[in-house]
Design a protein around this ligand. Structure first.
Ligand code: 6PG
Length: 245
């Protein structure tokens, strides 16, 4: 069962997310001498990345043992304003002593099929098992119930074999690159960050409404053998029953 944590404001939510990130990272490094994390894009996680980059937090982590991946990426070059890589670079990468080889950027400047295949190859080279068992996958949720770049009624929702694919978002009319649901669900820990009133209606439907993952793809996310935590602010959680958390 997923855990739900609701916070009065963004600051306390980010502090909790930071604490969870650092704790999972330190435990993973202690147990397996490395920490693999799939980062989410969009705007919600940026304050978390900035908090991680702060010297008092950055210095708690052995960045040489940490490998950063991206859960999804737009089909743009890394310097593009829409690039999730660029967002992480500006908020985190430029401030931390992480070896270049530990930063696994999605080659989103390549033609789509090749970019997805190349990144899947990089994932398979890093994770030796049947699925990529990330120590942590960070996710967000769109107002339409998507997560990563698994959009409502997109063909990628049905993918059962691949780890990383190109996926067309019908309503947006654009292609994206994304981890598949099974790749995400293989994670040891999944942390979903959702904030703001604009997400409240959808979050209420996702967490308390009928199961309909074609319409609400984030409902596909459930770790096979792991922990799932929703970190919400009060506004995003405003349509949830009081006793849900
Ligand atoms: C992306 C993200 C996407 C994001 C949601 C929420 O590439 O945009 O990976 O899945 O998490 O769209 O975005 P916001 O945090 O900007 O609301």
């Amino acid at each position: 069962m997923a855990e739900l944590m609701i916070f009065p404001d963004s600051q306390t939510r980010i502090e909790k997310a930071l604490g969870q990130f650092v704790e999972i990272a330190q435990k993973s490094i202690h147990k397996r001498n490395l920490f693999s994390v799939s980062l989410s894009g969009g705007s919600t996680p940026a304050p978390l990345y900035r908090a991680l980059a702060a010297p008092e937090n950055r210095d708690k982590l052995k960045w040489s043992h940490i490998h950063l991946f991206w859960g999804d990426e737009r089909h743009v070059p890394p310097e593009h304003a829409d690039s999730n890589f660029r967002m992480v670079k500006e908020n985190l990468l430029d401030a931390i002593p992480i070896p270049d080889e530990n930063v696994h950027r999605v080659p989103a400047e390549m033609p789509l099929p090749a970019a997805a295949l190349k990144y899947e190859g990089e994932l398979r080279a890093f994770f030796k098992g049947e699925w990529p068992r990330f120590d942590l996958v960070l996710l967000g949720m769109g107002e339409d119930g998507h997560t990563a770049s698994l959009f409502p009624h997109s063909s990628g929702l049905d993918e059962e074999q691949r780890w990383f694919i190109a996926n067309f978002a019908p309503k947006r009319g654009e292609w994206r690159l994304t981890l598949t649901k099974k790749a995400i669900n293989a994670a040891r820990n999944i942390m979903v960050l959702v904030e703001g009133r604009s997400k409240a209606d959808m979050l209420g439907k996702v967490l308390t409404g009928p199961l309909n993952p074609k319409d609400k793809p984030v409902q596909l996310i459930k770790p096979v053998d792991g922990r799932m935590i929703w970190l919400l602010d009060r506004e995003a959680a405003s349509q949830l029953p009081d006793d849900i958390g």
